[in-house]
Design a protein around this ligand. Structure first.
Ligand code: ARG
Ligand code: GLU
Length: 734
């Protein structure tokens, strides 16, 4: 009896463990519908994706090539994250008009700011095109023959699909090329900035709180799509009109409670759920530590500079955000993989796979071949990581690379074009050279030194050299290079001809860069690398196919590949470590707890403090009546006791078990009725290994509560006209 009970609980655990993992294909969501409804969803798969009718997918957009947005009005107004709009907010900012720091709110349509280059893509429809893509491939085709045929087929299918329309089509492989889907898209190019909160709201907690819970970041910004008179995509024109989306999201003011069903609808970028133990080992225990250490150096120097002046803060803000983002995520990922014993778990699975495959000629040696291929790429991969993270760490070396390209040109036309480009770049670069050089020089020297000490820059000096000597050598290279002398460099460029290349190439910087490049991109290494990578591609296709045959009852989700997906789960707290339980939501009170006027990331706007002091939350706050406790308060020397008292709160963020990754930023978080309750913007640090392995005990996505977003727009910024464009629904459920 006891045994049966144990068995039952174990199966239950096993199933609940699988429940929240997955990023599902909208077109095939019918397969998940029953499960989603069992989990609490009150709408249908067809409400989410429907080829014949306007549906939720029409309210979702791909923001450039890396974030998600969602329409919230019938006039093209959409929401995404502050960190997604970041570079556009920055590009409109100067020290005088610092929208990044102070926020920006267009009080009328004419104040909305065009963002050249920014695109908003809507999925029109998707289609399984596997048969057509693989047509004409014979079973004994080599990998390159196969790829050539696929490429030809794809070109034909996509051009047929969009003939006579303004649509664009792309085809992407799924399950490592076992399946192909075509996406027909509509790409809008007139996108304007409408609103962004000040940084100390939109980026509250900064890189300190990034990837962490409890979180209090108001990570949102607003844009509007404009279209031509026929509601079709058009480049910027003052005559364009706000786009009328086929569907926009209704917003629920009902809020969330633990256990509520939620789903996230957006564009996750990359996951590697099915890779082997060797791939996990390479990423978590070999590559990540190198990248982390080298970025620690870079961040130290940039952070110093940023604390010195507002101008330097603005200059480095965007690049520091992106360097720090990976840096912190990889730390969480490696810890998470090792806590989960991820590599061992994968090895166990591989053993089971092997026993299953032993009598199957198609599969029996796929794992051993994958192992061979990983053995080949690992050392080369490490070289490449050093090249990216150490050699390319400084602007100095990145500029060197451009000058090296110039030195390698021999036809006059290209030389003239390259020289002109470099003259411009040089003038720009030297505008604040004095300040910047301190930072860049330090980064160059320290990262290079680290690489040399690790044995990856032997061309710099041999092992027996002293650290001080190498440091001196690096400093000399920096100080003596013509690249760091504006007058000499402009002189050289002004007089540049094919003959100058010899002189340029003898510069110590170009020499150093060439040595590094020659080592990392050594022809033989790269040939080995490419062929091993091609092997991995082919072998993974077989491996994953086998995996699916081996477990016919499992509904496999395909790895993320920046195509539209649905992830579903529920609002839930978690235990990050012994003795600690994280509640699933945060409130404005937490912002006040974190407030510290001396630390940039924790400054709280006076206006926000005032709203807090008066609990002036409008229709967005919550009121809880506490009636079962007697409250005793002193008022002067009078004792007041009362029973019913109310607490007003302003919700800020919440966490849920939705399986998300980079690219899901800005994705709508929807409730059981398909109404907007939040914006996805991050994951909890303890669960960042979910790109490789998902653990329902630790993996949580972090969401901005839509009520805080509306509160900021309306009560804080006084931009109520924007909220008025939206459709708010209260007490919709039950
Ligand atoms: N971690 C989030 C993501 O991966 C937010 C990154 C931007 N925020 C920051 N503080 N750097 O995109
Ligand atoms: N901040 C991430 C993004 O830009 C989302 C967090 C994650 O990686 O899940 O997409």
């Amino acid at each position: 009896m006891k045994k049966i009970f144990l068995l039952l609980t174990m199966t239950a655990l096993f199933f609940s463990a699988l429940a929240d993992e997955g990023m599902w294909i909208p077109m095939l969501l019918g397969r998940n519908e029953a499960d989603m409804q069992k989990a609490g969803m009150r709408i249908t798969a067809k409400d989410i994706y429907d080829i014949n009718n306007a549906c939720l997918k029409d309210a979702i957009l791909l923001f450039n090539q890396g974030c998600t947005g969602e329409y919230v009005s019938d006039e093209g107004l959409f929401l995404t994250n502050h960190h997604c709009g970041y570079s556009y907010i920055t590009s409109h900012s100067t020290v005088e008009h610092d929208y990044l720091t102070n926020g920006f709110w267009a009080m009328s349509r004419s104040e909305e700011l065009p963002c050249p280059g920014l695109t908003a893509t809507r999925l029109v429809r998707m289609e399984d095109v596997t048969t057509q893509v693989l047509e004409g491939i014979s079973p004994d085709a080599t990998e390159s023959e196969r790829n050539a045929i696929i490429e030809r087929n794809i070109a034909k299918i996509t051009s047929n699909a969009v003939k006579g329309t303004h649509y664009k089509a792309i085809i992407k492989p799924f399950y490592y090329g076992n399946q192909y889907f075509m996406y027909v898209n509509e790409v809008f190019t007139d996108v304007r900035l409408v609103g962004a909160p000040p940084s100390n709201i939109g980026k509250f907690g900064g890189d300190t709180d990034n990837w962490m819970w409890p979180r209090h970041t108001g990570d949102f910004s607003m844009f509007r799509v404009y279209a031509d008179k026929d509601n079709k995509p058009a480049n910027y024109s003052p005559n364009n009109k706000p786009y009328k989306p086929l569907k926009f999201l209704e917003i629920s003011l009902d809020g969330i409670k633990e256990g509520d069903f939620t789903f996230v609808f957006g564009y996750p970028g990359t996951t590697q759920r099915y890779v082997t133990s060797d791939a996990v080992e390479l990423q978590a225990n070999i590559e990540n530590p190198i990248r982390i250490n080298l970025r620690t150096i870079r961040l130290k120097h940039y952070n110093n500079a940023m604390n010195q002046s507002p101008a330097q803060r603005l200059k480095y803000a965007s690049r520091v955000a992106s360097i720090a983002n990976g840096w912190k995520k990889w730390q969480g990922e490696t810890l998470g993989i090792n806590r989960l014993k991820g590599v061992e778990k994968k090895r166990d699975f591989e053993q089971r796979y092997q026993s299953w495959a032993n009598d199957k000629p198609q599969y029996y040696n796929v794992l051993s071949q994958l192992r061979e291929a990983y053995k080949k790429i690992t050392p080369i991969e490490v070289e490449l990581v050093y090249f990216q993270e150490a050699v390319r760490a400084s602007d100095f070396m990145n500029r060197t690379q451009m000058f090296l390209s110039l030195a390698n040109l021999d036809d006059d036309v290209s030389i003239v074009a390259a020289v002109n480009k470099l003259k411009n770049a040089t003038t720009n670069y030297f505008k604040d050279f004095d300040q910047h050089t301190v930072v860049d020089r330090a980064i160059f020297i320290e990262t290079y030194l680290y690489m040399w000490q690790a044995g990856y820059a032997p061309y710099l000096a041999d092992k027996s050299a002293s650290k001080a000597a190498v440091e001196k050598k690096l400093a000399d290279i920096y100080d003596k290079s013509v690249l760091n002398n504006e007058r000499k460099l402009m002189d050289l460029l002004n007089k540049y001809t094919a003959k100058s290349s010899k002189k340029l190439k003898s510069d110590p910087a170009l020499k150093l860069y060439s040595d590094a490049y020659a080592r990392a991109y050594d022809a033989q290494k790269i040939t080995t690398y490419r062929s091993a990578m091609a092997d991995i591609q082919r072998l993974m296709r077989t491996y994953v196919k086998g995996m699916m045959e081996m477990q016919p009852d499992v509904n496999f989700f395909p790895d993320a590949n920046l195509t539209l997906r649905v992830a579903y789960g529920h609002v839930e707290g978690f235990r990050p470590r012994d003795g600690v339980y994280y509640k699933p939501y945060s409130t404005l009170q937490g912002i006040m707890e974190k407030e510290n006027p001396d630390i940039y990331d924790y400054v709280v706007e006076p206006k926000l403090k005032e709203l807090y002091a008066f609990r002036d939350y409008g229709q967005y706050g919550t009121t809880t009546t506490i009636s079962d406790t007697i409250i005793t308060e002193m008022n002067g020397d009078q004792i007041i006791q009362y029973k019913n008292h109310t607490v007003k709160d302003m919700p800020v963020g919440f966490i849920a078990t939705n399986h998300t990754t980079g690219g899901n930023s800005g994705s709508p978080v929807l409730n059981a009725d398909g109404r907007l309750i939040g914006l996805n913007f991050d994951r909890c640090w303890e669960g960042t290994m979910s790109d490789l392995l998902f653990d329902p005990d630790y993996c949580r996505n972090i969401c901005l509560d839509i009520r805080y977003c509306l509160f900021i727009i309306d009560k804080f910024a006084g931009a109520k006209h924007l909220v008025d464009e939206m459709t708010l629904v209260k007490n919709s459920a039950e």
